[in-house]
Design a binder for this molecule. Structure first.
Ligand code: CO
Length: 136
């Protein structure tokens, strides 16, 4: 069902400041930047092998990421697993009694379809599943 760790999501206060570490020190390649209004974030994707690091910074104070930063500070925010069929995966998870934040997929970065599982069902780890767009 899950084929790869697609990305780890890292909450940051400000994308450009955080990017300096990832590109200059870790030498990862920045491959995409996007404002994802539906999730209230500005995001940057860096390649690491077949997976990514996803930096996310809040668009405003009322966003989930802003609340996360206020409560916990910058750091690891979520783990995202790649799936081939997000609708089938969500149905399987729901049938298993998994608490879902998103019962139906929403639009993620690079036109992917994503859904979040509630941390209460995943040992405190905010977990995302992602079905990439056909061309990614
Ligand atoms: Co993500």
């Amino acid at each position: 069902m899950l084929t790869l760790i697609d990305h780890v999501g890292v909450a940051v206060e400000e994308i450009d400041a955080a990017l300096a570490f990832y590109t200059d020190v870790l030498k990862l390649e920045l491959v995409h930047r996007e404002t994802v209004t539906e999730q209230g974030v500005e995001a940057a994707l860096l390649d690491v092998g077949d997976g990514h690091v996803e930096l996310i910074a809040p668009l405003g104070p009322d966003t989930g990421v802003a609340k996360f930063l206020a409560k916990r500070g910058p750091g690891l925010h979520h783990v995202a697993y790649r799936v081939a069929d997000i609708d089938a995966t969500l149905a399987t998870l729901a049938a298993a009694g998994t608490r879902l934040i998103d019962a139906t997929p929403r639009t993620g970065i690079r036109r992917s379809r994503v859904a979040f599982l509630h941390p209460a069902s995943s040992g405190g780890v905010l977990t995302e599943i992602v079905q990439p767009a056909e061309d990614h």
